[in-house]
Every structure is written in C-alpha cells, then in structure tokens.
Design a protein around this ligand. Structure first.
Ligand SMILES: CC(C)(COP(=O)(O)OP(=O)(O)OC[C@H]1O[C@@H](n2cnc3c(N)ncnc32)[C@H](O)[C@@H]1OP(=O)(O)O)[C@@H](O)C(=O)NCCC(=O)NCCS
Length: 137
C-alpha cells in the first residue's frame, strides 16, 4: 500500500484515477451537519462494485462487508474520492479494498484519509446465481 493510503492527515491522493469522485452535499449531512456515515458506506459499496464488475465482466452482488473504519469525519463541501482495488479472487467471490479520501476547503493539499473498507462481492448470472469469476486478462 502507498504511504498516502496508510496515513490519514495531509496525505497525497494515490497516484491513479479514483474509482469514484463526488462532492459531499448538504443533503448528505446528518442532524449535526456533518456527512452521514450511511452516505459514505453507500459510496464505498458503489466504488467496490465498479471494480468487482470490471474484474468479473458482469453482474455482482454485495455479500459481506468484512471491515469498515471511519477514520476521520467528512464535511459538507469536501471533494470525496474512493479508490477501489481488487485484493482477492475466489471461485465466485471477489474482495475489494476501498480507501476514501476527502479534499477540504477546495484545496488538494488539504487531503485526509477518511475511511477504509473491505467488501466482498459475488459474481452472479442473470438468475442471480453465483457464477465463476473469469480468469484475468
Ligand atoms: C451472494 C449470494 C448470491 C450467495 O449465494 P450462496 O448460495 O450463498 O452462494 P455460496 O454459498 O456458493 O457463496 C458464494 C461465494 O460467496 C462467498 N460468501 C458467502 N457468504 C460470505 C460471507 N458472509 N462473507 C464472505 N464471503 C461469503 C462464499 O465463500 C463463496 O465464495 P467462493 O465461490 O469464491 O468460494 C446470495 O447469498 C445472495 O443473493 N445474497 C444477497 C445479495 C444481495 O442482495 N446484496 C445486496 C444487499 S442490499
């Protein structure tokens, strides 16, 4: 894992394209005005699914979230970037690590690692039955 993926404060974004990038909006906030954890979980699941669908070349379902840590809060106006990486492939399942970073105050150097998660997906066919993960290209 790169340095920027281990530490939390004043980190640099990983040197690759994010799987997903979006702006945290007021509608995504909780009653205290900070970003709702469920919104972040949803983005993590979407980012992980994008990487799982790419790798399995088709439909996937989320079967388990085996790790999930909110390391730092996310604030309204943060630019949120999710980086997914396939870390394990089983017969029909695929495990994706997702790291989430927030750039604050519209400033790329004010970047914080906010969340780390591990999500397991299962490749499924049209009838939602598990299908084998195809070999890598
Ligand atoms: C995912 C699903 C298709 C698996 O069906 P199943 O009949 O249990 O299939 P299996 O027991 O053969 O498991 C399939 C794979 O998932 C893995 N798996 C199952 N439960 C797991 C768990 N809790 N954690 C990690 N992996 C798990 C199995 O190890 C297996 O992996 P492998 O083929 O790489 O060895 C089924 O449980 C399902 O449809 N769940 C609902 C999914 C869903 O709707 N997700 C969105 C929720 S909103």
């Amino acid at each position: 894992m790169e340095n920027s993926e281990r530490e939390t404060d004043n980190v640099r974004l990983p040197d690759r394209h994010p799987t997903l990038r979006l702006l945290a909006m007021p509608a995504d906030a909780n009653a205290s005005g900070d970003i709702f954890g469920g919104w972040i979980m949803s983005q993590v699941d979407i980012a992980g699914a994008i990487e799982a669908m790419r790798r399995t070349k088709g439909r996937v379902v989320t079967v388990a979230v085996t790790e999930f840590t909110f390391k730092k809060p996310v604030f309204v106006g943060d630019l949120v970037s999710c980086y997914g990486e396939v870390v394990k492939t089983g017969r029909t399942s695929i495990t994706v690590d997702v790291a989430v970073f927030a750039e604050r105050d519209r400033h790329p150097s004010n970047c914080v690692k906010v969340t780390e998660a591990k999500v397991v997906y299962v490749a499924v066919d049209e009838d939602r039955n598990p299908r084998p993960v195809p070999p890598p290209e």
